[in-house]
Design a protein around this ligand. Structure first.
Ligand code: CO8
Length: 294
């Protein structure tokens, strides 16, 4: 497919997806969503791409769904565009490769939702985040009502969604929406460094590490009969890949990532799963520590 609104390049194992509709602050219309769907399907299948980085051309990452287009849609078309957006976010979240959002500017509405569908978010100091949909009489319909609370907690997610407040990169970092803030001129370098760590780590089981969705975790646990936890922030490099590498060679099991709070909290589905399979948190934790020491 020939792209009009995005640029796709690959270099040294990294696939770069650059949103390229700067006059509309890279807003997502149905054509852009179709192109994103195509490019992420291609990335998923492309052996030359091990990690993807999404960023935006100009002063915006993505300023949301295209308001001009939305205002012209009838109810059925509006529903179709909502579902199309949801499917693109789900695709990004579940492809077989890590996806890093390098947020250069506005990440609003559907733009923040796309950033949240990525595995990791690095922000430029100039980035701004928000879910301003309520100002338009709609909701964060591309999955933001689900992904935002998972990242920042229910209370903070509701505060952001109800208020439509726009926050800066430091505040986004403080609440856990982004994992790193860097000066604007260092953004791509920082994202590339993270991507290169992922490539070096040769994470074999990234597909099974990626799912955060409880349903997927439960399904995979049923399939494998085993649960191994990996600390949330160590998907690329560090403890996560160490556990991955060791387990994939030494133990015939698949590795999953579960939010650390789910796993070690006093209740929750992950703990129930551990119990169900006769595993206790202490032994799992000891196992992870042992692998990390090797
Ligand atoms: N859609 C279409 N065009 C946009 C958008 C957008 N989301 N955002 C900005 N633009 C366009 C502007 O219309 C303007 O175009 P033009 O030059 O032709 O007039 C150009 O980009 C530059 O924008 P501004 O002049 O407004 O630039 P400012 O620096 O003054 O302001 C802002 C920048 C603050 C980002 C401002 O443009 C803004 O508030 N944009 C809208 C942000 C927003 O509300 N986003 C949420 C959209 S809704 C959404 O994402 C819903 C997703 C889920 C849908 C599911 C349905 C249930």
């Amino acid at each position: 497919m020939e792209y009009k609104n995005i640029i796709f390049e690959k270099k040294d194992g990294i696939g770069y997806v650059t949103m390229n509709r700067p006059k509309a602050l890279n807003a997502l219309n149905t054509e852009v969503l179709t192109e994103l769907d195509d490019v992420f399907r291609a990335i998923d299948k492309d052996d030359e791409v091990q990690v993807a980085i999404v960023t935006g051309e100009g002063r915006s990452f993505i300023a949301g769904a295209d308001i001009a287009q939305m205002s012209e849609l009838n109810g059925t078309e509006g529903r179709d565009m909502t579902i199309q957006g949801q499917l693109v976010m789900e695709l990004i979240e579940t492809i077989n490769k890590p996806v890093i959002a390098a947020v250069n500017g506005f990440a609003l509405g559907g733009g923040n939702e796309l950033a949240m569908a990525c595995d990791i978010r690095i922000a430029s100091e100039k980035a701004k985040f928000g879910q301003p949909e309520v100002n338009l009489g709609i909701i964060p319909g591309y999955g933001g009502t689900q992904r935002l609370p998972r990242l920042v907690g229910k209370g903070m997610a509701k505060k952001l969604i109800y208020s439509a407040e726009m926050i800066d990169a430091q505040e986004a970092y403080r609440i856990g929406l982004v994992q790193e803030v860097v000066p604007a001129e260092e953004l791509m370098e920082a994202a590339e460094k993270l991507a290169a760590d992922g490539i070096d780590a040769k994470v074999i089981n990234i597909h099974t590490i990626k799912p955060l969705d409880e349903e997927l975790v439960i399904a995979a646990a049923r399939e494998t009969g085993r649960v191994v936890t990996v600390e949330e922030h160590s998907v690329i490099g560090g403890l996560g890949s160490a556990v991955c590498d060791v387990l994939s060679e030494k133990a015939p099991t698949r590795v999953m990532k579960i939010g650390i709070n789910d796993t070690f909290g006093e209740s929750g589905p992950a703990l129930e799963l551990l119990k169900k399979y006769g595993l206790d948190t202490d032994s799992i934790y000891a196992k992870i520590k042992a692998f990390a020491c090797e």
